[in-house]
Ligand binder design. Structure first.
Ligand code: SAM
Length: 220
């Protein structure tokens, strides 16, 4: 069973997305366990402070090292072989290849920041730093959810048809999915490409491949 642990100040963020569709089914069928760990529980002062102002001045607050590192240690105590990922805009870009790589592990721990981010020294306690893209979210939770969702759907037995994941965009590096059509055959004057109605599977495959390459080049 694959384990996911999420270190966060907002565990409730994950309630709704994990209780529907594919993640819900994966959890219910015991393919994955998802545990949230409240970072604030590891603050030892009486106000349970998890943030403080930056040395050198500047706006905003930073996540303090003591509670965050204690929460990472708690995650490692529970799953000693867990792979700890810090979500941060300065990390390497998260990709489909990385999602696939994570499915080979026994589990992951996703560390979510808030405020202006983390005290830099926290980076020494994680295995990897990942970014969702070149934009700034208000917290690591939406990023962690995207990583988790992308990993869960690649775990064996999660998708009804395992072929779906193999044929998805990015499975082959740089190649997007081809265009798809369903009923009706004619929608507001727009027809489904003739070849898809031909029943000629070799031609259909050729057309799909050509379309995927054309679309990938256009969006590169
Ligand atoms: N001051 C930071 C910067 O400019 O890089 C941004 C901090 S952001 C407001 C707060 C938290 O959101 C970060 O610590 C991180 O956990 C998360 N976050 C924001 N954007 C992200 C992204 N593109 N990818 C992953 N995590 C992100």
């Amino acid at each position: 069973m694959f384990h996911a642990q999420i270190l966060t100040l907002f565990p409730e963020f994950f309630d709704s997305p994990l209780s529907c569709s594919i993640p819900k089914r994966a959890i219910q069928s015991g393919i994955v366990t998802v545990d949230t760990i409240q970072i604030r529980d590891f603050a030892t002062d009486k106000h349970h402070k998890v943030d403080d102002s930056p040395y050198g001045g500047g706006p905003g607050m930073l996540m303090k090292p003591e509670p965050v590192v204690a929460s990472i240690r708690a995650a490692r105590d529970k799953h000693p072989d867990t792979h700890v990922v810090m979500l941060t805009p300065s990390g390497a870009r998260f990709t489909q290849a990385k999602a696939l790589e994570f499915t080979e592990k026994s589990g992951i721990t996703l560390l979510c920041g808030r405020y202006e981010g983390f005290d830099e020294r926290i980076c020494d306690y994680v295995d990897e730093e990942l970014s969702l893209g070149d934009y700034v979210l208000s917290g690591g939770e939406p990023a962690a959810l995207c990583v988790l969702d992308a990993v869960i759907r690649l775990l064996p037995e999660v998708l009804g048809s395992p072929e779906s994941a193999v044929l998805d965009s990015f499975t082959e590096e740089g190649i997007l999915d081809w265009p798809h059509y369903t009923r009706p055959e004619l929608f507001e004057g727009k027809a489904v490409p003739e070849v898809l109605l031909s029943g000629n599977h070799a031609e259909i495959e050729k057309w799909r491949r050509a379309q995927a390459i054309k679309r990938s080049k256009k969006r590169a």
